[in-house]
Design a protein around this ligand. Structure first.
Ligand code: NI
Length: 426
């Protein structure tokens, strides 16, 4: 299969842009230059008036939580989890997880996300099924609650998920172990997870230092800060994706650096739950990989990565009182190339020959994109995800001219709404 994208404006890996052609051969970008008119293609996309960027990478989410979108808002994190979210989640069936993930997939494709790192469960095989059917890339983990009565079963489910799905869907699925957080996983349980990580040679996806309460409770219970406790379990020796990292001291930043931990910054969720602001500029100065995530749709309340990119570009400016704190180009890089690195995808995140063809075409024919001096700047500060026109993953078209090709949008919306109604009796 050979596809030509004719004369779009292309975002280059160095942040510059130019009008050129892109040729996709099977799953890879085979050419980023003006093409020979004599070549024959299976499919041609008219790229004129379109801006092509690498697909957005959602480095931290809980896909099936879309079912609880707007169910409980404007509450403090622990009260929100204990009183609203966890009791409903405990009732979720296999069918709920499937349609929740399908709803997430529709939303992600329509807003230009091509890969996501998910932590949820039970029934993560249903999320894997949606990754397979939708054509997205998914890095999946079973959320592990060490204080739960069935903590060992949850770990066994994560191990099964790894065995059954790591490398599945033509390599579009990979699996990590998902110890939820220090406040739900005591040190002895973290050690159990570590033993499985060693056995499977598997990476870790964990929430770290999201709230001040979490850090203070950890110091009270274990005498040290969360990163020190988790480092002691050996978990960080396995390659770690750490979500949030809002409240860090210097010694913890040092641990992040030493263990090459990749940070998933979730500005929307951190703002909504008043968790605080991740010290992104400090982390970037230390050469730490900072990616972006939406977190679950019930703490955001959507999975729109362009909103996170815009928030990342804006909140650090005011936090540092420095308009150069995070530039538009840096924010895009956090949502694309850094995201790929953070979730362990090696040949994704840049538009260049040999990389996987995971691309988003944005329609620049609208008021928000006019005039166009700098499309990267327009993407971050002026446009929104309604400009997402065509989405390609692994060389396959998942949406063209706003029309989904792999999922039945109407059916997904109806089924997901039914599941949410049944779950909440509303
Ligand atoms: Ni989360």
């Amino acid at each position: 299969m050979k596809t030509l994208i004719r004369k779009p404006i292309v975002l280059e890996p160095d942040g510059t842009f130019r009008e050129t052609d892109i040729i996709i051969k099977d799953d890879k970008i085979s050419h980023v230059d003006l093409s020979d008119d004599l070549e024959v293609f299976d499919h041609t996309i008219d790229g004129r008036g379109k801006f092509v960027v690498p697909g957005f990478i959602n480095a931290h989410t809980h896909a099936s939580m879309t079912l609880l979108r707007s169910y409980a808002d404007d509450k403090e994190l622990m009260a929100w989890l204990n009183e609203d979210i966890w009791p409903i989640e405990a009732k979720m069936t296999r069918e709920d997880i499937y349609w929740g993930a399908a709803l997430a997939a529709v939303e992600m494709i329509k807003s230009g996300t091509t890969a996501f790192a998910d932590m949820y469960g039970p029934f993560m095989d249903e999320v894997a099924k949606i990754v397979d059917e939708s054509g997205l890339r998914g890095v999946l983990s079973r959320g592990l609650i060490g204080v739960a009565p069935d903590a060992d079963e949850k770990l066994a489910e994560n191990v099964d998920l790894y065995r059954d799905f790591n490398g599945a869907a033509d390599g579009r699925i990979s699996v990590m172990l998902g110890p939820h957080a220090i406040y739900t996983c005591p040190p002895d349980y973290l050690k159990k997870v570590e033993r499985e990580a060693t056995r499977l040679n598997c990476e870790i996806h964990i929430h770290m230092n999201e709230t001040l309460t979490e850090v203070n409770d950890c110091r009270k219970n274990y005498g040290r800060r969360p990163f020190e406790i988790v480092a002691e379990s050996g978990l960080f020796d396995h390659g770690t994706l750490a979500a949030h990292c809002v409240h860090l001291d210097e010694s913890e930043i040092d641990i992040i650096k030493r263990h090459n931990i990749r940070v998933a910054h979730n500005p929307g969720s951190n703002l909504k739950l008043a968790s605080g602001i991740c010290p992104v500029t400090k982390l970037m100065r230390e050469g730490i990989t900072v990616a972006l995530g939406t977190d679950g749709a019930s703490s955001n309340n959507n999975l729109d990565m362009l909103e996170e990119i815009k928030l990342a570009a804006l909140i650090h400016k005011v936090d540092r009182m420095d308009p150069l704190a995070v530039t538009a180009a840096e924010a895009i890089q956090m949502g694309t190339e850094n995201g790929a690195r953070a979730i362990g995808l090696k040949d994704v995140g840049r538009i260049e020959k040999g990389m996987k063809a995971d691309l988003v075409l944005l329609d620049m024919n609208s008021a928000a994109w006019t005039p166009c001096f700098n499309p990267a700047s327009l993407l971050v500060y002026s446009g929104n995800s309604s400009a997402v026109d065509t989405v390609i993953v692994d060389g396959k078209i998942l949406m063209e001219n706003h029309e989904l090709k792999t999922l039945d949008e109407e059916k997904v919306l109806a089924e997901a709404a039914n599941c949410a109604r049944r779950l909440t009796n509303k």
